[in-house]
Design a protein around this ligand. Structure first.
Ligand code: TXA
Ligand code: MG
Length: 344
């Protein structure tokens, strides 16, 4: 199959992409978070192709992308008022809400669950494509399953060239980590995955928020979890990643003492001078966390190289968007964190 690379600047792209989706094809779409691998979310045969292309376990449900809160009722029932409040505040944007699914949503899309994850992305062209398709677009992150997410059209081609119908190139994703997921199907709202909409901002609107244990710790493969995707190893390059916590100087002393040729250091731009001779790669500036979230997956992809032996990673501290960066890095590291104060 010849994978078409469609430019978001080409006025014909939305209709071309929608046409492919309407006939059951796969189109990778840009969003502000990461590129998604899209199919008509109401067409089980089309959705099955997503699982096949990604090598994704069938019990891992997909997010349905819609044009706005007015479409929620088409696919969900018993929608709590909080969903509309959140949509009003954060849509279009990097927030996904889990709600009870109507029967028109195929079990193939929900991974057999009775709930469905709903999101309205900020990208205008992607919302145009959804509108022209006349169906919600089911789209997971477009990476091969278990690999770092895709934040450019080139990342998508790297993983899927020749295997999907088209990629819409909307440039690099501005947020760079996947959307915040909040489950609204229980008595208390529950954060299933941190992202660009911060826990602090959610709490301000909702007045209450439970942090699911999958956010903060490694989950067993056979565990029963709220977000099935959380139990699979994620975002990970081929080689082991170890987070080194603590102050800039302490961490650098630890890493320099343990570094062997073939290792790499994933650090903040401000730290580059500390790692001469240690092959450092900066993913953004510690002083501006949005550059870290935007650069993280590109950096993890560069480090996904058989020549790399081990990756020592530096992780931002604190809440806000840093909380999402911590979550992705900890998952890439399978929660392996070294504190040089404790383990000199
Ligand atoms: O930013 C994003 O959310 C990107 C873009 C493309 O929109 N999409 C994305 O999809 O990250 P994916 O499939 O890579 O991650 C979706 C996560 C998975 O962990 C999945 O298990 C969870 O959402 N999920 C989907 N439906 C769910 C549901 N009904 N209940 C609980 N978790 C759900
Ligand atoms: Mg994903």
């Amino acid at each position: 199959m010849n994978t078409l690379l469609l430019s978001a600047a080409d006025p014909e792209t939305p209709e071309l992409a929608a046409e492919i989706l309407r006939r059951g094809g796969l189109v990778a779409i840009p969003t502000e978070t990461v590129y998604g691998l899209g199919a008509d979310g109401l067409n089980p045969a089309a959705v099955a192709k997503i699982f096949e292309a990604k090598g994704r376990p069938g019990d891992n449900p997909l997010i349905l992308h819609i044009t706005g809160a007015e479409q929620l009722e088409l696919y969900c029932h018993d929608i709590p008022p909080a969903a509309y409040t959140l949509a009003e505040r954060f849509w279009p944007g990097p927030l996904t809400m889990v709600l009870p699914a109507k029967s028109c949503v195929p079990k193939r899309t929900t991974g057999g669950l009775s709930t469905v994850a709903m999101r309205c992305p900020r990208s205008l062209i992607t919302r145009q494509i959804i509108g022209l398709t006349g169906s919600p677009i089911a789209a997971p992150s477009a990476n091969l399953s278990g690999k770092p997410s895709t934040t450019t059209a080139q990342h998508v081609l790297h993983d899927h060239d020749g295997k999907i119908d088209a990629v819409v190139d909307g440039g690099p994703c501005s947020v760079g980590v996947e959307s915040t997921i909040v489950d609204l199907t229980e008595e208390r709202p529950r954060l299933l995955r941190p992202g660009g909409v911060t826990p602090e901002a959610l709490l301000e609107v909702l007045g209450d928020l439970v942090i699911d244990k999958a956010v903060t710790a490694q989950i067993d493969r056979d565990a029963v979890v709220k977000a099935p995707g959380m139990k699979y190893r994620h975002y990970a390059p081929q080689e082991p990643v170890v987070i080194v916590s603590g102050s800039r100087e302490r961490a650098a002393a630890y890493i320099r003492a343990h570094f062997v040729p073939g290792d790499r250091v994933l650090c903040f731009e401000e730290e580059l001078p500390l790692y001469g001779g240690c092959n450092p790669l900066a993913y953004g500036r510690e002083a501006d966390v949005s550059t870290l979230s935007a650069g993280l997956f590109s950096a993890l992809r560069i480090l996904d190289d058989p020549a790399v032996h081990k990756v020592y990673a530096r992780c931002p501290v604190g809440g806000g968007v840093a909380y999402a960066v911590q979550n992705r890095l900890k998952k890439a590291a399978a929660f392996h964190i070294i504190d040089p104060e404790v383990e000199p």
